[in-house]
Design a protein around this ligand. Structure first.
Ligand code: MN
Length: 455
């Protein structure tokens, strides 16, 4: 395979995507697994209860395959093994910085090592490199230096806009600019995160003055997160035709939001303390290469303006969208106590996003801003076009006015303490093996004790 072929690995479907490909890891061949051999998402793990440095691993069936052990067993090439070793204790950043060719080489070498019809004796040799997934602890997949949250879900933007401006829900810039704001990285956590209900300043519409206390309108936002591979130099933007090469992979993202704090603080500079108290991502990064079979044409309504030339390109038009089915599940404390399953609140599809990942990346660097390996770009809330497809409680309850009823009789306008929110995502296409993202779970804890009042 030539170097130029490798640079287009994001849209190449090859033998690693063959739906008939099987692994000697039996659980990877089960129908409905998120992690068949066609997926091979990357993350950072260590055995539960140990204090060793987190190590790079790949999810296969219900097991984690240790990449450093893989290097020791000589199933990785020299270059790939060196980069994998550099990730130990550091996160996936060295692999991100190494770019698409090396990432694709790793994928091919992993398929050779894990396929059922591969080299005889490999299963026995590599058995010690596997850990049951429920016996490992995951960390954030990488060091995230920058976090930007976009607003690409047009159905979300329209539904939320309607709550404030019924006649004119979308602001005039929406269809021209991929809107975003800079978020905070210090409070990004991995699935399993507990989120303290934030304290904040709020003002009821009929109150004369604001008050300070626990948020009473705590919400989630269903998003996907794009993690950056190679970055760009400050002052040297890349064009949209090169943008996909800067995508490492995709995770699920819950952008927790305090709606009452947000409503009072957001004008004129945008979200601040309503958003930066916690953001949760899923631990397994589904690589750009694994997503290749689920690429779709980027569609716009005929009545919508064409993107400006710097946000338009042939590859983006043909394959810029990614079909990812997304769902939000809720389990309250009462449900958990009784052993009730989480209830599905909604579903949507990332292919309905108004802007593609390539457009987000391109717009972000268009002014010369430099992206770095491991930077996280949130998609904004991904709501579907229909009623009941809101990607946040704000939408599902129409601003808290119409509480939703849960099967056990409980009602929710916004999140209560003890509520556990789980985002799941998966890709399906005709003639393709289904792949999934695992889960992005977070649980609401009560507010911290109020700080003592000033004199
Ligand atoms: Mn958001």
């Amino acid at each position: 395979m030539s170097a130029s072929d490798l640079s287009n690995s994001w849209c190449q479907v090859d033998h690693t995507h063959d739906p008939d490909l099987k692994s000697w890891v039996a659980s990877a061949n089960e129908t409905g697994t998120d992690f068949p051999i066609q997926n091979l998402p990357l993350g950072m793990y260590r055995p539960m209860g140990s204090l060793i440095a987190f190590r790079p691993g790949v999810a296969i069936g219900d097991l984690v395959f240790d990449l450093i052990r893989a290097a020791e067993e000589n199933v990785l090439s020299t270059d790939v093994a060196a980069i994998v070793r550099a990730c130990e204790g550091e996160g996936l950043n060295p692999l991100m910085a190494a770019g698409a060719s090396l990432r694709q080489a790793l994928r091919h070498e992993l398929v050779s090592a894990l396929r059922a019809d591969g080299e005889p004796g490999l299963a026995k040799r590599l058995a010690g490199a596997l850990h049951p997934m429920d016996e490992v602890e995951m960390s954030l997949p990488c060091r995230i230096n920058g976090y930007t949250d976009f607003y690409t879900g047009i159905h979300h933007a329209t539904a939320v806009g309607k709550l404030f401006r019924p006649d004119n829900p979308l602001l005039p810039n929406y269809k021209w600019v991929p809107i975003g704001y800079h978020g905070r990285t210090s409070s990004i956590g991995v699935s399993g995160q507990s989120v303290r209900r934030p304290l904040g300043q709020t003002k009821a519409p009929d109150a004369e003055t604001p008050t300070f206390g626990p948020s009473s309108r705590l919400d989630y936002e269903l998003e996907v997160g794009a993690l950056v591979s190679q970055g760009n130099e400050l002052g040297e933007p890349f064009g949209i035709e090169d943008a996909e090469r800067h995508l490492f992979g995709i995770v699920l993202l819950n952008d927790w939001s305090a709606r009452d704090v947000q409503a009072w603080e957001y004008q004129p500079l945008g979200p601040f303390l309503a958003k930066n108290f916690a953001s949760t991502i899923s631990p397994w990064v589904v690589t750009s290469e694994a997503l290749a079979p689920f690429r779709q044409a980027f569609k716009r309504q005929r009545s919508d303006p064409a993107p400006l030339p710097y946000l338009d390109g042939q590859a983006n038009r043909q394959l810029g969208a990614i079909g990812i089915k997304l769902e939000v599940h809720l389990q309250t404390a009462a449900m958990r106590e009784r052993g009730d399953q989480a209830v599905k609140l909604m579903q949507s599809n990332f292919a309905d996003s108004y802007w593609t990942v390539a457009q987000m990346l391109t717009h972000h660097v268009s002014n010369g801003c430099n992206l770095q390996p491991g930077d996280l770009l949130g998609s904004g809330t991904q709501s579907g076009p229909d009623a009941g497809q809101g990607g946040s409680l704000l939408e599902l309850t129409q601003g808290g006015k119409h509480a939703i009823s849960l099967p056990n009789g409980e009602q929710r306008s916004f999140l209560q303490d003890g509520d556990s929110v789980s985002i799941v995502g998966f890709c399906e296409a005709a003639g393709r093996r289904r792949i999934g993202f695992g889960a992005c779970v977070g649980t609401v804890l009560p507010s911290p004790v109020k700080p003592h009042k000033g004199d």
